[in-house]
Design a protein around this ligand. Structure first.
Ligand code: MG
Length: 446
């Protein structure tokens, strides 16, 4: 009798969890392991959307925290646009919070669509980053409610880990090749190589515009010949020193004139680059058709694109091999999944932007999508400092050239708000993107 009662109680208890989660009676979770919010009745409402800005290592990081009517249930998402961080913070605290409070946390698509058009004018980097913070936080919450990592909600794993590339540089082609070797010894199969910074500006001589007193002393100069020569030299030297197996990548950072860019990429074909990134500024997108006719070197493009719509034509016209999306820049996981699925139909692969000015929660969002989409290509990786890991417990980690996540429900990354507050972003920002000029002082558009 006692056994029967216990069994009936257990079934009843499992049924309550199943009803709350929609997972059915085969839900492997034990009721006692479930969080309180799994037993709560829907809908759970948004009670607050706020920005958390932090500056632990000289880069403005902005994160959105979405709080809910369920005690203890919240989500966080990346909204980092460091060059205009204060504007993103205002967009979140002054507008997004008011728009979202009272809405159902479960309806991610509806919240994305309604927020996206709530300002009427849309698709700018400030508003898209704020929207991304909301979107990623809602996926984080949904994962916590389901007691699953977000990648499971996106379809589950296509691979055991996320293959990454490292960034190698050096003072000379020889030193650069040595640094590539070090990364290979650490286990990386893919290494990006740059000499003298983007556009090799550090290698260029003092330009005439500075001698003439034009522009500011801190403005950078880029000499196209110096850069193209340095880039062919490093590919030649690295192939010679490091062999054929390592995959080599390079970021042109949109700094050459279109024909200069096409000529450089053609000359690199013999070194079998894994991809060449950002050959043209977005204003010069029409040149991709000429580039495709000139060379078969794989191309990665798009970290400056704002709208998910900007990907449609280049994907269907087979102009890019890798879509280089800055996930927060286009509004988060929801639009990134749509672009990734569109790209799959054309055998175009992902290569999400993953620099230091993406917060650890943003890197986690990258990784969750990387796990779930079949057409994953490669992931840009950074090493998080101990300080950053303390502020963002649970951040992804890289081992043997692979990024791993911690398998916790949601995105798996938290934020220590007290610690984050110890590193406020500066009031006055000098974060204008590098002013880069030609010899006569003409601005170069990255
Ligand atoms: Mg780039």
């Amino acid at each position: 009798m006692e056994t029967k009662l216990n069994r009936r109680d257990a079934i009843k208890s499992l049924g309550a969890v199943a009803a709350a989660t929609g997972l059915g009676v085969s839900n492997p979770l034990k009721a006692e392991e479930s969080k309180n919010y799994l037993k709560g009745s829907a809908p759970i409402r948004i009670t607050k959307v706020k920005a958390i800005a932090t500056y632990p290592h000289g880069l403005e990081l902005v994160v959105v925290k979405v709080e809910t009517s369920e005690p203890g249930l919240y989500g966080i998402g990346c909204a980092t646009f460091r060059q205009r961080a204060h504007a993103v913070v205002a967009a979140i605290n002054k507008y997004l919070n008011d728009f979202c409070v009272g809405k159902d946390v479960d309806n991610i698509e509806d919240l994305w669509q309604s927020t996206y058009q709530s300002s009427y004018w849309r698709n700018g980097p400030v508003l898209n980053n704020a929207l991304s913070g909301l979107d990623q936080a809602l996926w984080d919450i949904k994962g916590k409610r389901a007691n699953m990592p977000v990648y499971q909600l996106l379809g589950g794993k296509c691979r055991f880990a996320v293959d990454c590339y490292a960034h190698a540089s050096g003072k000379s082609p020889g030193e650069l090749a040595e640094n590539v070797t070090k990364y290979m010894e650490e286990g990386f199969r893919h290494v990006r190589i740059q000499l003298g910074g983007y556009g090799s500006t550090a290698l260029s001589q003092r330009p005439d515009f500075k001698n003439a007193g034009f522009g500011l002393e801190r403005d950078n100069y880029m000499d196209p010949y110096t850069y193209t020569k340095a880039t062919t030299d490093i590919f030649e030297k690295t192939r010679k020193e490091c062999g054929d197996r390592v995959e080599l990548l390079h970021d042109m950072h949109e700094r050459l004139q279109p024909m200069e860019a096409i000529n450089l990429i053609k000359s690199l074909e013999q070194y079998r680059p894994f991809f060449i990134e950002d050959p043209f500024s977005p204003e010069n997108n029409r040149y991709f058709k000429l580039l495709r006719q000139a060379t078969s070197v794989p191309i990665a493009m798009g970290e400056l694109f704002n709208s998910p719509q900007e990907w449609t034509d280049p994907i269907k016209d087979l102009l890019f091999d890798y879509i280089r999306i800055h996930i927060s820049q286009i509004g988060g996981i929801t639009p990134a999944m749509k672009v990734a699925r569109l790209a799959e139909a054309f055998n175009v692969k992902t290569a999400w932007h993953g620099p230091g000015d993406v917060s650890p929660v943003g890197h986690a969002a990258n990784a969750h999508i990387d796990f779930a989409v079949w057409n994953f290509g490669i992931q840009e990786s950074v090493n998080f400092s101990d300080k950053l890991r303390e502020i963002f417990p649970g951040a992804p980690y890289v081992e043997n050239g692979y990024m791993h996540i911690n398998e916790a429900p949601g995105l798996g990354v938290d934020i220590n708000e007290e610690l984050a507050a110890k590193y406020p972003i500066p009031d006055v920002q000098m974060n204008n993107w590098t002013q880069l000029r030609r010899n006569d002082g003409t601005i170069i558009r990255p």
